[in-house]
Design a protein around this ligand. Structure first.
Ligand SMILES: [Zn+2]
Length: 289
């Protein structure tokens, strides 16, 4: 009985610590900060005209960040810039925004937020290709590079700090999520190439996992391309999903976190996209029996 009680109190202690460690704020560079809520990250930028935030993440996370800004005597949120339409990143916007906050999203993300009655502040301004938010000497360039994850998912380039922020479709230091739910894998590859070709930046901040460099993004892109090619070529050679999961190892990427846990799921995700989006099961040149 005593042992059970002791174990119970240990478990309680650990769960309290885990909760306390759920939120974190760290300076990335100059006036750019990363906000962490569990496995999620967003970014905020302080200026003398107001604070620019990206995703609110959730109602609890958003109210935590609002309290943090006020405790630190930072200015209220002047702009809130949604990364895409998914509920696990953009819920709770009303907890962070005031009447004076301008909320901006890509028009496809905004349409989905309205259609699905997502519980957050609806965007006030939408855009199609790109939009620059200027506040004092800070500029945030939002740009759409085509489909990649969810609807209307954009990149953020924050200047003059030189910080690039992308949510979900670029992840550094870790494999992409499980079986790639809701991902357009070809779009992830082409969008990642687009930001690498287009922007000079010093630091990358992901919506999940690590902060990194251009080299980390290049490593991630190489992984996506190697994964896609291996699954596609295996399917063209008539292999089943189980055979692909057995034979594809991509060991040169074993440094990435969740390599052991998620590689088989990543293979399944590409396999499913080749069936669902590219209709490999209708290909006359393939034996799909
Ligand atoms: Zn995500």
């Amino acid at each position: 009985m005593k042992v059970t009680m002791f174990l119970f109190s240990l478990i309680s202690l650990f769960s309290f610590s885990a909760h306390a460690a759920e939120y974190a704020i760290e300076q990335v560079k100059d006036n750019v900060y990363r906000f962490t809520a569990g496995n999620y990250h967003s970014v905020f930028v302080t200026t003398e005209q107001g604070t620019i935030v990206t995703d609110p993440i959730s109602p609890d996370a958003a109210s935590y960040l609002r309290q943090y800004l006020s405790q630190k005597k930072l200015l209220p949120v002047s702009y809130m810039l949604y990364s895409h339409n998914h509920t696990d990143h953009v819920s709770g916007g009303e907890q962070l925004a005031s009447d004076k906050t301008v909320v901006i999203a890509h028009q496809q993300a905004a349409r989905d937020i309205v259609f699905t009655r997502l519980p957050t502040r609806q965007p006030d301004i939408t855009f199609n290709d790109e939009l620059t938010v200027t506040s004092c000497s800070t500029q945030v360039l939002l740009a759409y590079h085509g489909e990649n994850n969810g609807k209307g998912s954009v990149s953020y380039l924050i200047q003059p700090a030189g910080v690039l922020h992308v949510v979900d479709w670029i992840v550094v230091g870790r494999l992409p999520y499980k079986d790639l739910p809701g991902y357009d894998i070809q779009g992830m590859i082409s969008s990642t190439k687009a930001v690498l070709n287009r922007y000079d930046f010093e630091v990358f901040v992901g919506g999940h996992a690590d902060i990194g460099t251009r080299a980390d993004i290049e490593h991630y892109l190489a992984y996506l391309e190697a994964l896609y090619s291996a699954v596609r070529d295996g399917m063209l050679a008539g292999k089943t999903l189980a055979e692909l999961q057995q034979s594809i190892t991509l060991e040169q990427f074993s440094d990435l976190k969740m390599y052991n846990e998620w590689l088989a799921d990543n293979i399944k995700g590409v396999y499913q996209s080749l069936v669902d989006d590219s209709y490999f099961n209708f290909r006359a040149d393939l034996d799909t029996t």
